[in-house]
Ligand binder design. Sequence first.
Ligand code: A3P
Length: 323
Amino acid sequence: EDEEEKFLTQECKNLLLSLPKQKGWRTPYLYEFQGFWCQSKKIQAIISFQKHFISRESDVILATIPKSGTTWLKGLVFSIMNRKHIDVKNLKNHPLLHSNPHDLVPFFEYKLYSDNQIPDLSRLPDPRLFATHIPFNSLMQQNSIKNASPKIVYLCRNPLDTFVSSWHFVNNLRPKSLPPFQIEEAFKMYCDGIIGFGPFWEHMLGYWNESLKNPTAVLFLKYEAMREDIVSNLKELAKFLGCPFSVEEEQEGVIKEIAKLCCFDKMKNLEANKTGKSIKNFENKYLFRKGEVGDWVNYLSPSMVEQLSQIMEEKLAGSGLTF
Ligand code: A3P
């Protein structure tokens, strides 16, 4: 039996018995739950979240599939939303200099509702800021989110880079007593859609389609575009969040200060990000690897690139989403 599963509620254990399963990347199994692949402990947390969370219209939810820049997005949105209380021109005391972004913007399924907790979030001041990896369809199975329609920001990254980042991350977390997780094996699983919260194409398309239907509720961002032009992406983000940058702020360089505060090199080298575990079991230092666009060329063979490109073309065909 999977060690992690010993601590699940009986209700969750019973549910798992009825779900299709496959070998996981990090855990013995991934289960097919509500149409996506998920670890057992996360399934329990998601069920609890779906049952108990009470959303408000003013909430902001950051959504990603793992390894597409979640940590970065958390830092940026936290800074945008809190800039009235924090002097971005005098950053000595800025929370991001002393805390990992995952401590400032909690995940529903990794933190708030993990391990059978039912947190009281009612006293958090508005606007509350949360994050999740849950796919759009499942997020909409959370009735209060469906009804309150909070703002959702989705960050998407090129699947070739997301795959390489995921493979590195899982290898870093693997006990040294086990042989390394071979890239070929990981690649096959990724192409078959078997990865936490995947298939990746369904994850992206869920949020993409909604962003087209309902652009005031879902903002769809791309990692590569943010790397290329952070200033206009931050402006768009702030506007979407209902707190656009003023002309004065722009002239004072506030947008650039936020970009600088959250840039890869700055974040990677902070003490709070070199040590500690802001998400249980994950060392913060592994959240910052290279932060580059196109690093896949160093890891994928031409036939892998061809195969994955073909899958992307097929699965995203007609959607308008391209990389
Ligand atoms: P690489 O492994 O390609 O370097 P997540 O935050 O969703 O776990 O994603 C991790 C990926 O985002 C890693 O990609 C990591 O290096 C990169 N990353 C982390 N912080 C970043 C930042 N401030 N700016 C840009 N990329 C960042």
